[in-house]
Design a protein around this ligand. Sequence first.
Ligand SMILES: C[S@@+](CC[C@H](N)C(=O)[O-])C[C@H]1O[C@@H](n2cnc3c(N)ncnc32)[C@H](O)[C@@H]1O
Length: 350
Amino acid sequence: MSGARASVGFVDFNAQLRLEPPPPSDRVVISDAFELLATLPDESVDLVITDPPYESLQLHRSRGTTTRLTTNWFTTVPDARLPELLASVYRVLRRDRHFYLFCDEVTADVIKQQQGVGAGRLPNGARPCEAGFVYWKEVLWGKTTLDGARIRGGTGYHYRAASERILFFEKGKRPLIDLGIPDVLLAARSTVTGPAVKPNAVVRTLLLQSSTAGELVVDPFCGTGVVGVEARAHGRRFLLGDIDLAYLDASLAGVAPPGVAKRVADGIDPIAPPDLEELASAADEVREAAEAAGWLEGDAGTPELAELLRIRPREREAAVRRSLRAPPGPEEPPLLRAWRAWALSGRRIS
Ligand SMILES: C[S@@+](CC[C@H](N)C(=O)[O-])C[C@H]1O[C@@H](n2cnc3c(N)ncnc32)[C@H](O)[C@@H]1O
């Protein structure tokens, strides 16, 4: 505001609005998490629940200790950037709010070291962090069998990994809604296809413990969007981001990037492409679409198809979707348009 205006008591309400735009809500965006957080005003968010692709996943991949992660489902965020992530989340959260960060044991150690979380405690038992939060504790997701009857053993040889960590941070002071909930949340693995999908039941507990109806919940590494699905089901507003929405839950397509909603609205019925291994011997219509997609040239596979075929079949879907997400050409075969609609719709093959 200029000095002249200030001297006559002029208040520039528009400038105030520009400084503090209303927080965006019920949206899913394709964005790098750090860039998305950077667009949000200070103290504009009520809860962050997120699950970054941490660097130690590379360890599991290289050791092959997990079959699900032996190929690249997604790029990882280096440990060196985690302090930046925590600082950004701290900045965008309002006072007296919570932050939950899913991670494994290795990353939990890294974060505590980076944040200077040691043995020293505040009088209330919490531990201060470099980013400004206090750190309360690890909540565990205990992985059960599908019927919930018992803990289901996972990977590793020094006691099977049957749990995941959820680091629980607080900015200011906010009581949990229900003080009787234990810090081990039992739930079966999600049956939804996608990269390290978290169970709805676990996300629901965190959401209901740390937000009230109408509050804004953010997940900048949203994957399938389970945080948005639960936020919507419980009357919270939400903003989700991911660099790749290949696995986004179809129910969120309407608040996803215009392309997604538009295709659905355009009435193009999404059709999943056939098994890529079978393309060369497929029906004419399929081969015509595959050729227009750049996967076949005559009867021969292109280098792009070879690249896709190098990925193991059950992990290929995200890459196939990415390959189909180019804007449609003017004379494109209708079947290719339907494949592109599928790639944008968030629908899954199975
Ligand atoms: C562990 S998964 C999240 C899974 C999610 N919690 C769910 O239940 O579906 C991590 C996600 O981060 C995304 N991702 C990787 N790097 C990213 C980045 N720099 N910014 C935003 N998203 C990123 C990946 O595409 C992946 O969907």
